[in-house]
Design a protein around this ligand. Structure first.
Ligand code: TMP
Ligand code: ZN
Length: 398
C-alpha cells in the first residue's frame, strides 16, 4: 500500500500500465543497454483525493537536469506565456518595485516579457537554461529563504507544467511561505484530471507527471500547508489545463470559479471509483484499437510515420506495444532527439524534413496537444492525400 505524497493517508491503485522505461531515456542505436524500468501505476488518495503515481524512481535513475525544459517550438505556447506575463503585469505586479519568481522557466518567455516591462524577476532553474535571470537551484525551503534574504519577498511565484513533477511538494509550500509577501500568490498550471478523463488522455501519465490535480485535491493540499485555493482558470493549452492561484490562508476571498469547479467535480464524481474504473476501461480499449488499426493499415501497404517524439508517446508506445515494425520512425523538431531511439519501443527519431520526403500515407500524431498548430503547418501533407491518426479521446483517422 502506497502512502499519499501530500497527506500520508493510503492510496487506492486504479491503473497499472506495467513496466516502463523513463520517458526521457532516448537511447543510441546499436548500444545495447539494460534499460531501467519501473512500474507505471496510478492511484487516488482515500483522504485528500490526490491522484498520483504510486512508485518512486530510485534516486540513481532519476534525471537531475533541472525542471523539464519545454522547447516545443510552439507559437501557441509562446503566445500563451506572453499573455500570462501581461496578465500578471496588470494584476499582481502593479505595486512599487514588484518581483516575480518562476519555478523552472520553460522557454523563458514569461519572465522575458515581465523583464521587458522593467519588472524584477528570477527563475529557479537548476540547469541554468531559459535565457532569463536564473537562480541555479531547485525551488525548496532553503533556496527560497536564500533568495528572500538577498532580494526581498516576491509578489508572484509561478510554475507552468512543473509542480506536477515535484515529488516532495511540501518543499514548494515551504519555499512559497518563505518567499512570498503576505498577500503574494503561488500560481501554477498543469494537466487537469478532469480533461485527462474526458479525453482518455492516458499518455499524460508518465514518470515525470507525479500528480494529476483537481480543484478538490489542490484545495486540500493548500490547506494542509497553510494556504488557500483563491482562484481557478481553465486554459486551452496542452489538451486542457487548470491554472490554480493559491494565497496564504485568510488573505483572499476565493472567487466564484473555485466553487463552480468544486461543485462540478462533485457532481460528476470525478475521483469516485466508478469514474476512475471507467477511465481504466477506456484506456484498455485504446490499447486494443490503436495497434489493430496500425497493423491493418500496414497490411494494406500504407506507410505510417509518428509525429512528435513527446514524453507522452513513451506511455503510448510501451503500453500499446507499438515498435518500429508498426511505426518505422517518428519525426521531431528537437535536434537532441535526432538519431536516437524512443525509450523502450526503440522507434528511431528523425528531423522534421524526414516527414515530407516523401510524405507518408498516415501520420500518428503523438504531439496531439499541438494538433491545431501542427495540422495548420502541415497543410501540404493533407493536400498530398495524407491523413492523421489520433488516439485520444478514441482511435480515429481524420
Ligand atoms: P510538448 O508536448 O512537451 O510540448 O512536446 C512536443 C514535442 O513535439 C517536442 O519533442 C517537439 C515536438 N514538436 C514537433 O516535432 N513539431 C511541432 O510542430 C511541435 C509543436 C512539436
Ligand atoms: Zn492524500
Amino acid at each position: 500500500m502506497s502512502l499519499c505524497r501530500v497527506c500520508h493517508a493510503s492510496v487506492r491503485e486504479f491503473f497499472d500500465f506495467g513496466q516502463h522505461p523513463l520517458s526521457s531515456a532516448f537511447t543510441v542505436p546499436g548500444r545495447t543497454t539494460d534499460e531501467f524500468r519501473y512500474r507505471l501505476a496510478i492511484g487516488v488518495c482515500v483522504s485528500c483525493s490526490m491522484v498520483q503515481l504510486l512508485e518512486d524512481i530510485p534516486p540513481e535513475h532519476e534525471v537531475h537536469e533541472g525542471y523539464p525544459y519545454h522547447s516545443s517550438n510552439s507559437t501557441v505556447m509562446r503566445a500563451h506565456f506572453e499573455e500570462t506575463a501581461r496578465g500578471f503585469l496588470s494584476t499582481e505586479l502593479t505595486g512599487p518595485d514588484p518581483f516575480m519568481v518562476e519555478i523552472g522557466c520553460n522557454d523563458g518567455v514569461t519572465l522575458r516579457t515581465v523583464g521587458d516591462a522593467g519588472v524584477r524577476h528570477l527563475a529557479f532553474e537548476p540547469s541554468g537554461a531559459g535565457g532569463v535571470r536564473v537562480h541555479r537551484a531547485f525551488f525548496d525551503g532553503a533556496s527560497a529563504r536564500a533568495v528572500r534574504a538577498a532580494e526581498g519577498p516576491a509578489d508572484v511565484i509561478y510554475a507552468a507544467n512543473t509542480l506536477c513533477d515535484i515529488r516532495d511538494i511540501g518543499q514548494v509550500f515551504e519555499g512559497a511561505d518563505a518567499l512570498l509577501t503576505p498577500d503574494g500568490v503561488l500560481v501554477f498550471e498543469d494537466p487537469y484530471l478532469g480533461e485527462i478523463i474526458d479525453r482518455t488522455s492516458f499518455d499524460q501519465i508518465y514518470d515525470e507527471h507525479v500528480y494529476f490535480f483537481t480543484a478538490r485535491a489542490v484545495r486540500a493540499m493548500a490547506e494542509h500547508f497553510g494556504f488557500e485555493l483563491a482562484d481557478v482558470e481553465h486554459l486551452p493549452v496542452h489538451g486542457g489545463q487548470i491554472r490554480y492561484t493559491l494565497a496564504r490562508a485568510g488573505r483572499r476571498t476565493p472567487t466564484a470559479s473555485v466553487d463552480e469547479l468544486l461543485a462540478g467535480e462533485r457532481a460528476r464524481g470525478l475521483t469516485d471509483p466508478a469514474t476512475l474504473d471507467g477511465f481504466a476501461a477506456a484506456v484498455r480499449g485504446i490499447r486494443e484499437d490503436l495497434p489493430a488499426l496500425l497493423r491493418k493499415l500496414g497490411a494494406e501497404g500504407h506507410s505510417i510515420v509518428g509525429y512528435g517524439a513527446t514524453a507522452k508517446s513513451s506511455t503510448v508506445t510501451n503500453y500499446c506495444g507499438i515498435g518500429p515494425e508498426l511505426v518505422p520512425f517518428v519525426c521531431d523538431t528537437t535536434p537532441s532527439k535526432h538519431g536516437r531511439l524512443m525509450p523502450g519501443s526503440g522507434i528511431p527519431v528523425r528531423p522534421p524534413e524526414a516527414f515530407s520526403s516523401p510524405y507518408p500515407d498516415y501520420a500518428l500524431l503523438f504531439a496531439w496537444n499541438h494538433a491545431e498548430e501542427i495540422m495548420a503547418k502541415e497543410q501540404a501533407f493533407r493536400e498530398a492525400g495524407g491523413r492523421w491518426i489520433l488516439y485520444v479521446p478514441d482511435v480515429r483517422i481524420v
